[in-house]
Design a protein around this ligand. Sequence first.
Ligand code: ZN
Ligand code: ZN
Length: 134
Amino acid sequence: MEKKEISLFVKCPLCGKSLMDDELLLNNKPSVRVNIQTKKERGVLHLCSTYGCTLKKIGITVEEGEVVEMFCPHCNKELNINENCPECEAPMVAFVIRAGGVVNICSRNGCTAHHIKFKDVADEMSKFYYEYGF
Ligand SMILES: [Zn+2]
Ligand SMILES: [Zn+2]
């Protein structure tokens, strides 16, 4: 069976504004844009919006394994949540999915841990199918 790709349209959980960047495409889809802060500098991070895809584009140098802080480009608030990565213990970051639910990703460069949380799985998945047309 062919694997379906789910493209996520995400928003800031704090101000509700879209984090999608239509100008920078990754995997032929608008990317997710956040501001990041390392120990040394501030920059921009673009993540692929296809769920499970780890493609990304970082405007500054982030070392493999370095944990970055992520901020909303609109409200400048930190997107970290009170949850640590099950694989590497770094703080997890949350984005709200427009179709419903939340996607959490690890803030450590190189760690690919991520998961989606739905309040009501059946209901949210049906919205998903509706939204993405498959
Ligand atoms: Zn925001
Ligand atoms: Zn991790």
